[in-house]
Design a protein around this ligand. Structure first.
Ligand code: GLN
Length: 451
């Protein structure tokens, strides 16, 4: 049914870069056969899933949205793919994204933008717009995304779906093409909080192949979601972050946020205000740390090891021509920013200062979590904007991430879930819940109660 739906609607939506109908049907048939034979099956067996195209899949094209990887077929599976396969989940295909996950609109994909199913003239968010749009358009019930500065949560917000960025280290990144290694995290996307919880439990867990992987049990996300739904939120302290959700946020976004707070109160939660004064530096720190790490991670695309090669008479010219042709403008902009910030004499002033801001943000969160069990804010300052509207204005594109970025800088988990539509334009608004490190289950408890 999902493959039929993809065939019917993905032309105009363009959520997928590659559909693996044959592979998905083969997995589904094997599940049916085993089920008929009475074999005990994992919880999500037979439930199809879409995968963001920066997760490597053995035998299936993987481009990370870049022309530089066009035609590359990975020789191995990422750990999360191995886990999906063990859970007997058919993989529908690979979803569109901003090139190397740099962007908030999917317009920086080397393969054309994804369109928001709510209004095809609008952006589906980014960088994981393909995964979110696939869910919103009923092309897939579940998807995998990656979140370095908001790329799971902001697309979820603008498509009225659910997306979770787990605690840093909670999900293995072995086989995920790196953007900024100190910030990147893979996570689940779904249509409901409980669906997302089930996928989170499949994806999570320790992996010796990833040096940053936490050696601790997978959080009990599903049980927490059911607990929240059935028992409400009596005694739960919810902190409203004073610095997120005021000036610069669309009126309808602020209105829906206020209504969600009323709803939380009605569920028995206690609402308190918390202040995180260092958040005003988060965006600036992020846009130094991310380009620095990205410029280093992307050095491996050198025409020798992977994908595209534009042949010239010397190896230097070959590398230069390959990178000049293979990378898009946003990727080049960030490589230039990053190599500048890391260059001798500037390292302390830029990367070093940004790391200090990061510590201040972590302290703000620690103080806020003394007063509240979870923190909340709008996920994004606006509803989805028109395709093309911010394409030539990188700074205003970067501002989409103002409420999501502090979470990545601190390595903590957060969820975006739907919060109705803005009265002025009828478009989706997202509500963000943030929990302390390792407490991913709290997101599901509060999210399921609110849903
Ligand atoms: N919009 C952010 C950026 O452009 C999101 C990145 C991400 O989470 N991959 O950097």
């Amino acid at each position: 049914a999902h493959l039929d739906r993809i065939a019917a609607v993905d032309g105009p939506v363009h959520a997928f870069l590659h559909v693996d109908a044959e592979g998905a049907l083969a997995t589904a048939a094997a599940v049916d056969a085993d089920r008929a034979a009475g074999v005990d099956m994992p919880f999500l067996a037979g439930v199809p899933v879409a995968v963001k195209d920066l997760v490597v899949t053995k035998g299936l094209p993987t481009t990370a949205g870049s022309r530089i990887l066009e035609g590359w077929i990975p020789p191995y599976d990422a750990t999360v793919i191995t886990k999906l396969k063990a859970a007997r989940m058919p993989i529908l295909g690979k979803t569109n994204m901003d090139e190397f996950a740099m962007g908030s609109s999917t317009e920086h994909s080397g393969y054309g933008p994804t369109h928001n199913p709510w209004d095809l003239d609008r952006i589906p968010g980014g960088s994981g717009g393909g995964s979110a749009a696939a869910i919103a358009a009923f092309e897939a019930p579940l998807a995998i995304g990656s979140d370095t500065g908001g790329s799971i949560r902001q697309p979820a917000a603008v498509t009225a779906t659910v997306g979770v960025k787990p605690t840093y280290g909670g999900v293995s990144r072995y086989g995920a093409i790196a953007l900024a290694s100190s910030l990147d995290q893979l996570g689940p996307c779904g249509r409901t909080v409980e669906d997302t919880a089930a996928l989170h439990e499949v994806m999570g867990g320790h992996d010796p192949m990833d040096a940053t992987s936490l050696d601790e049990p997978v959080p009990a996300c599903l049980a927490a979601a059911r607990d929240g739904r059935e028992n409400g939120l009596a005694g739960v302290r919810i902190g409203v972050v004073k610095e997120l959700g005021g000036d610069g946020y669309q009126a309808g976004v602020r209105q829906r946020f206020a209504e969600s707070l009323d709803h939380l109160r009605a569920l028995g939660a206690e609402i308190v205000e918390v202040s995180c004064p260092s958040f005003k530096y988060a965006l600036a720190a992020y846009y130094l740390i991310l380009p620095s790490e990205a410029s280093s991670n992307l050095a491996k695309f050198d025409s020798v090891r992977f994908g595209k090669r534009v042949e010239r008479d010397t190896i230097e010219k070959t590398m230069l021509a390959t990178r000049a042709e293979g990378f898009g403008d946003e990727v080049k902009r960030r490589i230039i920013l990053g190599t500048y910030a890391l260059s001798a004499g500037y390292y302390d002033a830029y990367y070093g200062s940004a790391q200090k801001v990061r510590t201040l943000i972590q302290r703000d969160f620690a103080a806020a979590f003394e007063l509240a069990d979870v923190l909340v804010s709008p996920t994004a300052p606006t509803t989805p904007f028109k395709l093309g509207e911010k394409l030539n204005d990188p700074l205003s594109m970067y501002l989409q991430d103002v409420a999501t970025i502090p979470v990545n800088l601190a390595g903590i988990p957060a969820m975006s879930l739907p919060s109705g539509t803005a009265p002025e334009d009828g478009l989706p608004v997202g509500f963000q819940i943030i929990a302390p490190a390792h407490e991913d289950a709290r997101l599901y408890r509060v999210g399921a109660a609110l849903e």
